[in-house]
Design a protein around this ligand. Structure first.
Ligand SMILES: NC(=O)c1ccc[n+]([C@@H]2O[C@H](COP(=O)([O-])OP(=O)(O)OC[C@H]3O[C@@H](n4cnc5c(N)ncnc54)[C@H](OP(=O)(O)O)[C@@H]3O)[C@@H](O)[C@H]2O)c1
Length: 294
């Protein structure tokens, strides 16, 4: 059996096209231009690439992109003061602070300082609480939101399906579990202390791997016909010192068994930024009491 490849790249492209149309409509009908402020502290090379891509895609969709690049030595108080300013700026509808922050800054204090109604990443405890309460008003973290969109494009009716999420982080695993619960799946959250992880996995109709361990999930872990979503991004040596990106799933082996599977790269990754733009448009509409066109 060979799996259907879930093409995150083209799904993200379609979503961005839809967002661009929606943004143009908001400008025309309401004179509203959604604005996203991205804050980067320090010069982590991966973070710089992410921030550049976010800014580029925000502008390409016709939205206002505001970048704040701060020196690695910036103090917590200075960063909190910037967030307070952005919270009060009516042209800013979404705020994102790129993680990780330098070790001298308390990440939780910074994320908690972002106004929940401008929390484009959905990491604020108010939004996590709304999501846990099943509320439709929660800002949903971008990566799990993108995973859900890919799953819903693949499966007609999720109700009653068994789903396993491997990983319990606040930014991926836990919100993913809440989203699948909201879709009436029977959800298992697995982690590093889970007993018989391959056995737990083999019972699942939907597997979401968000672990950060290259090719942890083998082909023998997958129930025939399952849908597999691989969130992992792991840099490995492809031989001869050449780097390669691989997921948390052994793609070659799992694609022999699964009904559908996301590749790495080209699966979940491209959906994350598209969902960030999606969240920002939603927040801009809410701020102005406009029905979201999305
Ligand atoms: N595509 C994207 O846009 C995107 C976005 C975010 C993250 N990612 C990638 O997704 C992966 C996960 O990210 P994250 O931020 O959620 O990571 P994280 O905070 O490090 O969490 C990893 C989770 O995996 C669990 N785990 C670790 N080793 C395990 C093992 N051997 N068996 C079972 N569970 C294990 C950990 O369990 P414990 O809780 O017990 O320690 C933890 O819950 C990373 O590769 C990251 O780069 C991709």
């Amino acid at each position: 059996m060979s799996s259907r490849i879930i093409d995150g790249k083209s799904t993200a492209e379609e979503l961005r096209k839809r967002l661009t149309g929606a943004v143009a409509g908001l400008a025309e009908r309401h004179g509203l231009r959604p604005g996203l402020a991205v804050v980067l502290v320090g010069d982590n090379p991966a973070s710089r690439v992410y921030v550049r891509n976010k800014a580029r895609q925000t502008a390409a969709a016709g939205m206002r992109s505001l970048e704040h690049r701060l020196d690695a030595a910036t103090g917590e108080a200075e960063l909190l003061a910037l967030i307070a300013k952005l919270n009060g700026d009516p042209e800013v509808h979404g705020i994102l602070v790129q993680l990780p922050l330098p070790p001298h800054i308390n990440e939780a204090a910074v994320l908690n300082a972002i106004a929940p109604h401008k929390d484009a990443d959905g990491f604020h405890p108010v939004n996590a609480g709304l999501l846990a309460g099943g509320g439709g008003d929660a800002v949903v973290p971008c990566t799990p939101l993108g995973c859900l969109m890919l799953i819903k494009n693949t499966v007609d009716d999720l109700a009653g399906m068994r789903a396993i999420i491997i990983g319990r982080s606040n930014i991926v695993g836990k919100p993913m579990a809440q989203l699948l619960l909201r879709e009436h799946c029977t959800v298992t959250i697995a982690h590093s202390r889970t007993r018989d992880l391959p056995g737990e996995c083999r019972r699942a109709d939907i597997v979401v791997a968000a672990v950060g361990r290259p090719r942890l999930v083998g082909g023998g872990w997958i129930k025939p016909g399952a849908v597999v979503v691989d969130v992992g991004i792991n840099r490995v040596d492809a031989g001869g010192g050449k780097p390669a990106l691989v997921g948390d799933v052994d793609f070659a082996a799992a694609s022999e068994v699964a009904a559908a599977i996301t590749p790495v790269p080209g699966g979940v990754g491209p959906m994350t930024i598209a969902c960030l733009l999606h969240n920002t448009v939603t927040l801009a509409c809410r701020a102005h009491g406009i029905q979201s066109p999305l």
